[in-house]
Design a protein around this ligand. Structure first.
Ligand code: IVH
Length: 693
């Protein structure tokens, strides 16, 4: 590889890792498994080690991912809140032990092994025996202040027992910090999902994401209702001037002290002095894993003595005295009943495994992606096979491998299609030579995919075009491209089966509002290959109109943060497609693109929303949403939720039985909205919401 391609590979990996960090830490909705994430990071680390001149200070290999959230104030951490070095391989454990002994210059080192809780990191400060501040990890240097939410967590003492100071080596500190992991127990998780199902609500995807979403809601009572738990594993004094307080001598004593303080700590701590001893504990914990009422994603091996921990120190990202040994993702065996084909908006045909339903990591799985025919052939996957499915980090399940010795001879492979399963047009290899693609740009599946993308929440967000209507419009020949939507008229719509004047008006109003969507959302709505919402925001921060953007060369584009040569090529290539050019021309004529667009703040989606810079107060009981959901909507639309009404308040949202806040709003002349008006307002630009609270 030449220098340029190495550089672009490094850049690509950094962009990907940052994107996955945001999905995991900020949005609590990862799209790849931990293993896949760790593999990306390892690849980047290797490249940076081989080409140190290309290793930049801003690389995600040197920073922990950030969960910082503008809705919360932040505070610096007393000590950096680091992450852990990961491994999946027993050889790494051996290397870790050898390296530790060598660095310390001793033969005998005592290690501890304990479960690695799959939750969300927390830091609590107690002052004079009372809970004073609770912080999230944030970016590791500064954390978000979530004290109000933590106060409502059952099982966490707000006021410690009278003789709490006794658990510290003398003289005790005035203040101390405990760190650990908040989590949602599996029994509580299942119970919540049963309750949600009864109320017709979407189930929570998995306990970890639900925990992250809960800690970041703006309604402390909603946190109390969720029923989170925690385990703590770190304790240290926060020394005041002249304070002689010191750490406990060992990690074991540290955990004992946490328990003595009345704080929850995990009971499964073991000690070992050898690799073999450590491996035994790792295996025992792995065997226990399925019987626990909380998710663990591995075990943590630590040097027991804290003076030795101190001596070993840390890297920019993780302590040298600890190693996380991660367990492989949960697996299940089931029968592959059929393979169906999905045609996406880019025409790519993806094989999908239809499975006999099987329980896997807390949910029932009946479909899994097979990615592409190359992979299917490589794994020799056939219809009727018994297969192993995995769910890395509880996301989209995958078929890992076939149990070949279970074959009965009746299984049959599905050859790659020569024709599109939807429209029958010939199939061609995609630009990457792996994907298969329908060659018909008018394929109904492609058109439907594009229209659905265009109308989606992060894009034009067209109210009234949900569900099956896209297909119906296509079948009736009413529309083919997004531009056609703007030519629909009321008479035409009102006579559709199941429609009337009201629904017709709703769709037309939705189309009107689409013209006022943030510039980045309208760029995103085009569905340019490789351009997700983040890249669209970068483009919207740099180019003042669609013409400017279309005139940009690959070099101009590749010079922008997080846009590499591949993405730049894809963007420039897109404009060259005559169909895309026609679409954009028509969208301009319909007032969807303007001669001059408002430049956006890169990365700061919310500041561009319909409530940008506005302050909102809620009062009374909301009918259609929880308060925390309302808070999320406000934040996603760029606004801020506060608790009391003043002259600075922009809107008061009044539900049923509003209290004195409504009276105060009327007195001060602050605009009062009912729920419906509020929803209409935030829908004007609410980005992808976080996990509902
Ligand atoms: S010790 C310097 N012990 O895993 C970090 N961490 O992937 C010291 N975690 O950031 C952390 N269980 O949030 C430690 N028993 C345990 C843990 C644990 C879960 C989390 C923690 C850490 C993350 C790293």
């Amino acid at each position: 590889m030449d220098r340029q391609s190495i550089l672009s590979e490094i850049e690509h990996l950094r962009g990907e890792i940052r994107r996955h960090n945001d999905l995991y830490y900020k949005h609590a909705s990862p799209v790849i498994s931990d293993q896949e994430y760790d593999a990306l990071e390892r690849k980047l680390r290797d490249l940076e080690a081989r080409y140190p001149e290309l290793a930049g200070a801003g690389s995600p290999t040197l920073q922990v991912g950030s969960d910082q959230d503008a809705r919360f104030p932040s505070l610096p951490h007393s000590r950096p809140m680091l992450s852990l070095a990961n491994s999946y391989d027993p050889q790494d454990v051996e290397d870790f032990v050898q390296r530790t002994r060598r660095d310390l210059g001793v033969e005998e080192v005592e290690f501890t092994v304990e479960p690695k809780i799959d939750g969300v990191a927390l830091a609590l400060r107690y002052r004079g025996g009372r809970l004073d501040t609770a912080l999230t990890r944030g970016d590791g240097r500064k954390g978000d202040v979530i004290t109000a939410n933590i106060r409502t967590m059952a099982g966490l003492p707000f006021e410690l027992e009278a003789d709490w100071a006794q658990v510290f080596p003398a003289p005790p500190p005035q203040a101390f910090e405990v760190r650990g992991e908040a989590y949602l127990s599996l029994s509580r998780f299942r119970q919540l999902n049963r309750m949600r199902a009864a109320e017709g609500l979407e189930p929570l995807a998995n306990p970890r994401n639900a925990t992250a979403g809960t800690l970041k809601t703006l309604d402390a009572r909603a946190v109390a209702r969720r029923g989170l738990s925690a385990f703590f594993y770190q304790l240290f004094p926060l020394p005041a001037e002249g304070d002689q307080a010191r750490d406990h001598d060992t990690h074991e004593q540290e955990l004992q002290a946490i328990a003595d303080l009345g704080l929850p700590c995990n009971p499964f701590l073991r000690k070992a002095g050898s690799v073999a001893g450590i491996m035994t504990h790792l295996e025992t914990l792995q065997e226990m894993r399925d019987g626990l009422d909380y998710q663990i994603d591995g075990a943590v091996i630590k040097v027991n003595r804290r003076d030795l921990q101190e001596k070993l120190g840390t890297t920019a990202k993780s302590p040298r005295w600890a190693l996380a040994f991660k367990y492989p993702a949960a697996e299940a065996v089931t029968r592959l009943r059929d393979i169906t084909m999905q045609v996406g908006r880019t025409g790519v045909i993806t094989p999908v495994a239809e499975l006999e339903p099987v329980a896997l990591a807390g949910s029932i799985v009946s479909r899994a992606t097979l990615h592409n025919w190359d992979e299917m052939t490589r794994k020799d996957i056939r219809i009727g096979d018994m297969v192993v499915v995995v769910k890395g980090g509880d996301i989209i399940p995958k078929v890992l491998r076939v149990l070949v010795d279970k074959r009965q001879g009746t299984e049959r492979p599905l050859p790659p299609p020569s024709h599109c399963p939807v429209c029958g047009a010939p199939v061609a290899a995609g630009s990457d030579q792996v994907a298969l693609r329908c060659t018909n740009s008018l394929c109904p599946a492609v058109l439907a995919g594009r229209l659905r993308h265009f109308a989606g929440r992060d894009a034009a967000d067209i109210d009234g075009l949900g569900g099956k209507w896209v297909e119906t419009f296509l079948e009736m020949g009413l529309v083919q491209t997004p531009a056609d939507l703007f030519e629909l008229d009321k008479q035409q719509l009102a006579v559709l089966p199941g429609w009337g004047e009201k629904s017709a008006e709703r769709l037309l109003a939705g189309l009107d509002k689409a013209r006022e969507r943030p510039w980045s959302a309208r760029i995103f709505s085009l569905g340019i290959p490789q351009v997700g919402i983040t890249t669209a925001r970068t483009l919207a921060s740099r180019f003042g109109s669609i013409d400017d953007l279309m005139n940009a060369g690959t070099e101009d584009l590749a010079a922008l943060p997080d846009i590499g040569p591949v993405v730049a090529e894809a963007i420039v290539g897109y404009w060259q497609d005559p169909e895309a050019a026609r679409l954009i021309q028509r969208l301009k004529e319909h007032g969807y693109f303007h001669a001059s667009e408002e430049l956006e703040d890169a990365g700061a989606g919310p500041s561009a929303g319909p409530l940008a810079g506005k302050t909102v107060v809620l009062t009374g009981t909301l009918e259609t949403m929880t308060r925390s959901r309302a808070g999320e909507l406000v934040a996603a639309a760029g606004g801020k939720l506060t608790s009391s009404v003043s002259r600075k308040t922009d809107f008061v949202v009044a539900g049923g039985k509003p209290g004195s806040k409504l009276a105060r709003a009327r007195q001060l002349g602050v605009e009062v909205l009912d729920e419906e008006a509020f929803l209409a307002l935030v829908k004007g630009g609410a980005g992808a919401g976080h996990e509902a609270g």
